[in-house]
Design a protein around this ligand. Structure first.
Ligand code: FAD
Ligand code: DLZ
Ligand code: SF4
Length: 524
């Protein structure tokens, strides 16, 4: 059958809400665009209530945006009595119920499990299926594979420099603006007590969003997280307003305080834009060009613009390249042999470790935590405690409103847990309580003492850190970047090391981080 003519059914997924989406290219008046709220996508992991509500509301608004632009849209709500429950089922129903559709056009999804499914659709349906690349990223996957070919190490920094050259972002001719590629060293300041993060633009829920919040409360009462207070825009206009507010008001401080954490301050100077970038309400290159323009106009310092742009054209593109190059094997990697269960407090936030209570508490409230909280607090704890990567991966995928496997998995397996054996990070991001104390004001109001690594009030991050080093000493010894810390571990007196090992074991037992868990975790 001819794949290129006849009226087309064009599917748009919840994280594909972009008018420039490849499956919408060439849409003609007889075509039908399908957007469907389905239980399978909401429950393949039990997503945070706010994530589901955000996405359903954004999908409903996008359907309206397409209608306003003159497209014919079939929007299926979750509570439609005929809802088939899955994307495949909804495509089948549309092809059956809507006359004259001669072909199906899709954009590749952001998760391996769904791509696997879609690749089988050409055998399932009687019309030809065209599966198009997702072109909303700066670096096509083929170009990433080319870049990676023959390299022993896939270091983000070199990839990032190539993307700077390719896009011309922050370039003066063929040289990096300001003479340096990277201003990371200037981005690690601790927040002074006198400095308070700026107020945020947190849009109230509109009528469509209110309706969806009620639906989610009724249909997913047992899912993790709070629906109120509402913090996300759900229209393109709203996302653009959030972007402009960030760039004009917040970006100047982004560089300096990028790694800082403070009690009761979930946002700091972060952009809160991942949620919009990842579902297609904002375009990554456009956001970066605006940040660059702010620096060129003298309204934001270079370390802020560079730091922000690096996260998007560097890290974001890089982790996507890693994901698609390494899947499906990547998800099953467990290089450090971690098999403990995820402690219950990851779901409740009820722990006397102040840093963990803050990070998990705001995750529950807002479906958001910033990078250092994800990496150096909850991620670091899971690494040190030896929690099974499957359990940790599932947690990160469901608790954050910006989480889709292409971006969540490399960050969790690769960056936080070192489960890929060092493919992404040349050494584990393991740290004792010292790091958290340096970058936050959490320790001052904690039940534990960050200064102690043994004794009744010793900070768990301290004895867990040295226990982790001790357990992995042989493995890390051959890594030159770990030489100093391995030497320090080896010099700890035997009696003290024994005490820390025992403290770690007792603490992990007490919090229910028991071994082993692998068999209980459903594999995607
Ligand atoms: P900002 O700090 O303002 O950064 C600007 C933008 O840069 C972000 O919006 C995001 O698009 C991009 N960015 C920054 N760091 C990264 C990174 N490491 N990887 C990819 N993009 C990045 N990010 C997600 O978008 N989805 C996830 O599911 C996700 N899971 C993570 C899990 C772990 C264990 C870790 C350590 C990090 C994870 N990240 C994830 C990366 C990062 O934490 C979030 O992108 C960031 O916190 C989003 O908040 P923001 O928009 O305020 O970011
Ligand atoms: C995350 C999500 C949720 C909760 N619900 C839907 C949905 O009902 N319909 C839909 O098309 N997409 C949804 N999504 C996003 C998908 O899970 C996402 O497109 C895939 O995981 C691929 O990235
Ligand atoms: Fe976290 Fe330890 Fe500091 Fe408490 S003392 S906040 S557990 S790092």
């Amino acid at each position: 059958m001819d794949k290129t003519s006849g009226a087309a059914l064009r599917l748009v997924l919840g994280d594909q809400l972009s008018p420039q989406l490849s499956s919408l290219e060439g849409a003609a008046p007889g075509d039908l665009i399908l957007i469907a709220e389905v239980i399978e996508e909401a429950t393949y992991v039990r997503h945070h209530k706010k994530k589901i509500a955000f996405l359903f509301a954004a999908m409903r608004h996008f359907a309206e945006e397409l209608r306003q632009a003159g497209h014919r849209v079939r929007y299926v709500k979750l509570d439609d009595p005929a809802n088939a429950g899955s994307l495949r089922g909804e495509v089948a129903r549309a092809l059956e119920e809507e006359p004259g559709l001669a072909r199906l056009i899709l954009t590749k999804p952001g998760e391996w499990r769904l791509l696997q499914d879609m690749e089988r659709w050409c055998d399932l349906f009687s019309v030809p299926v065209e599966l198009r690349d997702d072109t909303r990223f700066i670096v096509p996957l083929k170009a990433f594979a080319e870049w990676a070919k023959g390299r022993k190490q896939l270091r983000m920094e070199y990839f990032y420099r190539d993307v700077r050259r390719q896009t011309g972002l922050l370039m003066d001719g063929d040289q990096p603006a300001g003479g340096q590629w990277n201003y990371d060293a200037e981005n690690r300041k601790r927040l002074p007590k006198s400095l308070v993060p700026p107020p945020r633009y947190l849009p109230p829920a509109d009528e469509v969003t209110r309706g969806v919040i009620q639906l989610v409360e009724t249909r997913f009462p047992d899912h993790f997280g709070d629906l109120e207070p509402w913090v996300f825009a759900t229209t393109r206009e709203g996302a653009e307003a959030a972007r402009d507010h960030f760039i004009q008001e917040i970006l100047p401080g982004f560089g300096d305080w990028q790694d800082a954490m403070a009690k009761g301050e979930p946002w700091m100077w972060h952009s809160l834009l991942s949620v919009y970038l990842n579902c297609g309400l904002l375009d990554p290159l456009d956001v970066c060009r605006r940040a660059e323009a702010e620096w060129r106009a003298g309204r934001a310092p270079l370390n802020a613009a560079e730091g922000f742009i690096r996260q998007i054209i560097g890290w974001r593109e890089y982790v996507r390249g890693i994901y698609w190059m390494q899947m499906p094997g990547y998800a099953g990697m467990n290089a450090l042999g971690a098999h403990r269960a995820l402690p219950e407090f990851y779901w409740t936030g009820e722990t006397d470790m102040r840093c963990m209570a803050e990070a998990i508490g705001q995750t529950k409230r807002h479906a958001y935590a910033h990078h250092i909280q994800r990496l150096m607090v909850t991620g670091n704890f899971a690494l040190l405690a030896g929690i099974d990567p499957w359990a940790v991966n599932e947690w990160y995928l469901l608790v954050y409103a910006d989480a889709y496997e292409w971006v969540e998995l490399p960050n969790t397996h690769g960056m936080a847990l070192h489960a890929d054996g060092g493919l992404m990070a040349s050494k584990p991001y393991a740290a004792s309580g010292n790091y958290i104390n340096k970058m936050s004001d959490y320790c001052g109001s904690c039940a534990y003492s960050v200064r102690n690594r043994t004794g009744p009030d010793a900070c768990p991050f301290n004895f867990l850190y040295w226990d982790f080093m001790d357990r992995n000493l042989e493995r890390f010894r051959s890594n030159p970047r770990m030489a100093i810390i391995c030497k320090a571990a080896a010099q700890i007196p035997n009696q003290e090391m024994r005490e820390m090992r025992l403290a770690a074991e007792q603490f992990l037992d007490k919090i229910g981080a028991v071994e082993p868990v692998s068999e209980q975790i459903p594999k995607t």
